[in-house]
Design a protein around this ligand. Structure first.
Ligand code: SFD
Ligand code: AMP
Length: 623
């Protein structure tokens, strides 16, 4: 263990933070434009990009593909879909921008060797209107390889966790770079950059998960995404939007296998323990949420809401009737065709959620004979699936109204700081392909920003020295106090990151509408929860680390804590329940379109520590 790390300076034009879907997309695109402009592009990733982020295990579907070459959809159709899914609150300029470009990205994946399911005419097989099926176990290595080739030698820094962004010494609202520490060596990197693209993934394990103890590593979204994509820009003073729009998913119990293919392609039904289909028996409930509830598909939060009502009425457990669906599909089919249906059902999980297949095998579940339990997950903060949390970013100049445009596509309110994927707010349903596409769009914007702003960033050396020193404080805390106890995990003077994480998860579950509180919150509960968060922040200087791995966990916990705070502040501010099924503001149980059909934005001021909230108008951009 070292008291002070070795420090390495890396100078670049564009810095990409995170090498997941949007990060590899950003690197691929930025490198292309940068070559022409003589710029350097560097990517920094906490893990190894070949298997990092949400797509590390692979995916069995690409959930955003329009099929424009076959006349299947046009971008306006996608915007209508997103508008309804979000109960009327999407940044339509951003959704439109991704929609018009996403097909080209998907075709590129195929050129690079990603295998697609195809029908007799050579078209991609559709799971649903927006989703196409892939044999996607190696999806991530394929896009990672393209990013590595584009970046070139010496420009990829793996196993480096970015903990802080740096702003310009002369202009606190301009980006200057980032700081990260190696999780393999006693080394800290100071990246000096003219533009930074933040793509470091959604927030998982902020709330107490269903699976605790040894099962804690099993959640739906990747547990290695700790909310850096929200904490980093927010701590640097960027405006954040929709941070209250958290995601709760209906999933196969315990393994968290996705349900899309079962619902959309296999036409399976979710039914309660008494065989009733809540989407039919509770259809009247949807009328209350017109026009969203009465449009199809039923918005994701409202599907959850109907399921919750059934559970609260004592009608659980809820089952996905895989048995009925598979038997219907297999009727009249040859043994060979039956075998194909069966293997597709298993591959859906084996490509992206292997543990669900293991769980089926270990629980003697044959999906053609036995239904499987569905549950609602703990909440996640995400901007790429069925929710739109993230930074408030500029849209494209040819589409965005002036309220949504300030110069460079996907730039946040901090000059030179860009965001994409889970990190760009207000444009959900981009998924893997849309996130990659958005990374590309942000990269083009970032390169243009550097062309217009070529001056080297001014680094505040005092700020850098303090951060570098603080990063290793948990080692010093441990060294100072380790002899005060015979059991390292329990100490009167420090706590370890696992304890910190459990403390945060308890606060979030009990005060911020986790599954343990039936997703319900009210004003006083949130205010009390924020007091607990404040106390935890005050205790944070007492967190200790025994090795580099624990140091990583320390700073991941800090980012999660930040996400929890921003989320609670947003929940408190939005005085309505816009997304029943994701959360309930029990003191404001209705949707209030008159007052709250607006985006809610927060800004943390790094100079004063004050929080400011404002609303931004919802402006439709397609008819
Ligand atoms: O079925 C730092 N997703 C699905 N997308 C699809 O297109 N089809 C599906 O089938 C999808 N499904 C699905 C999906 C995800 C998961 C986990 C499952 C099932 C089980 C969603 C997409 O994967 C998702 O939308 C995108 O991946 C989002 O992209 P992006 O770039 O925003 O996040 P990322 O890929 O996780 O990458 C983040 C990277 O950042 C790194 N990182 N690096 C340095 N410093 C830090 N501080 C960092 N913090 C994080 C991460 O390691 C990672 O590489 S289904 O459910 O719908
Ligand atoms: P999932 O597997 O649940 O992540 O879903 C994959 C895709 O299918 C996403 O685009 C979901 O929004 C969509 N989806 C899942 N279930 C349904 C459903 N019952 N009706 C319509 N769309 C769905």
């Amino acid at each position: 263990m070292a008291n002070e790390p070795q420090v390495e300076i890396v100078e670049t034009d564009v810095l990409v933070v995170g090498g997941g879907m949007s990060g590899t997309g950003a690197a691929y695109e930025a490198a292309y434009w940068a070559k022409a402009k003589g710029q350097r592009v560097v990517l920094v990733e906490k893990a190894a990009i070949e298997r990092s982020g949400a797509v590390a295990q692979g995916l069995s579907a690409i959930n955003m593909y329009l099929g424009m070459r076959w006349g299947e959809n046009v971008p306006d159709d996608f915007v209508h879909y997103v508008r309804n899914e979000t109960m009327g609150l999407a940044r339509e300029d951003l959704s439109y921008d991704i929609a018009r470009h996403v097909d080209a990205t998907v075709h590129m994946f195929e050129d690079w060797g990603l295998p697609f399911f195809k029908n007799a005419e050579g078209r991609y097989v559709r799971e649903g209107r927006w989703q196409v099926m892939i044999h996607g176990e190696s999806y991530k290595p394929i896009v990672a390889e393209a990013a590595k080739l584009a970046l070139g030698d010496g420009n990829l820094f793996e196993r480096v966790f970015v903990s802080h962004l740096l702003t310009d010494a002369n202009d606190p609202n301009k980006i200057a770079g980032a700081i990260g520490f190696s999780v393999r060596e006693y080394k800290v990197y100071v990246f000096k950059a003219k533009a930074v693209i933040c793509t470091s993934g959604g927030a998982v394990n902020v709330w107490r998960p269903h699976a605790v103890g040894e099962g804690m590593g099993r959640a739906w979204y990747t547990v290695f995404n700790n909310g850096s994509v929200y904490a980093l820009p927010s701590m640097a003073g960027a405006e954040m939007t929709q941070m209250e729009h958290r995601l709760v998913q209906a999933r196969f119990k315990d393994g968290y296998g996705p349900v899309g293919m079962w619902f959309l392609m296999f036409k399976a039904k979710a039914k309660n323990a008494f065989g009733e289909e809540y989407e039919i028996t509770r259809a009247d409930e949807l009328q209350k949420y017109a026009p969203y509830g009465t449009s199809r598909p039923i918005p994701s939060p409202l599907r959850n809401h109907l399921m919750m009502l059934d559970i609260q009425a004592g009608k659980g457990p809820i089952y996905m009737r895989t048995d009925e669906a598979m038997q219907a599909m297999m009727e009249g089919k040859s043994p060979q065709e039956r075998r194909t249906i069966e293997s597709d059902a298993w591959e859906d999980f084996l490509d992206m959620t292997i543990s669900q297949a293991l769980l089926w095998a270990s629980m003697n579940i044959d999906p053609a004979k036995t239904p499987s339990e569905l549950v609602l997950t703990e909440p996640y903060i995400m901007g790429s699936h069925a929710t739109g949390s993230g930074a408030w970013v500029s849209g494209p100049e040819d589409v965005s109204p002036s309220e949504y445009f300030w110069g460079y596509n996907r730039m946040t309110t901090v000059q030179g700081l860009f965001a994409a994927g889970d990190g760009a707010g207000g444009s959900p349903h981009k998924f893997s392909s849309g996130s990659y596409t958005e990374g590309r769009l942000a990269a083009k914007g970032a390169v243009a920003f550097v062309v217009d702003n070529p001056a080297a960033p001014n680094i505040d050396q005092g700020q850098v020295d303090k951060i570098v020193h603080d990063l290793y404080e948990p080692f010093r805390v441990y060294e100072q106090y380790k002899d005060a106890t015979t059991r390292e995990e329990i100490n009167p003077n420090y706590f370890l990151p696992k304890m910190g994480l459990l403390r945060l998860q308890k606060i979030m579950d009990e005060y911020a509408g986790g599954y343990g509180s039936n997703y319900g919150v009210n004003g006083p509960t949130l205010e009390r929860g924020l007091e607990h968060i404040q106390m935890m922040k005050e205790d944070f200087p007492r967190i200790a680390a025994r090795n580099l791995h624990e140091l990583l966990r320390v700073w991941e916990t800090w980012h999660r804590l930040w996400c929890g705070e921003v989320h609670m502040r947003h929940l408190l501010e939005r005085k309505e329940t816009r997304w029943p099924g994701y959360y309930y503001r029990l003191d404001y149980p209705q949707i209030d379109d008159q007052n709250w059909h607006v985006f809610l934005n927060s800004r943390y001021d790094p100079a004063t520590g004050a929080w400011e909230f404002k609303t931004k108008p919802y402006i439709p951009v397609v008819p």
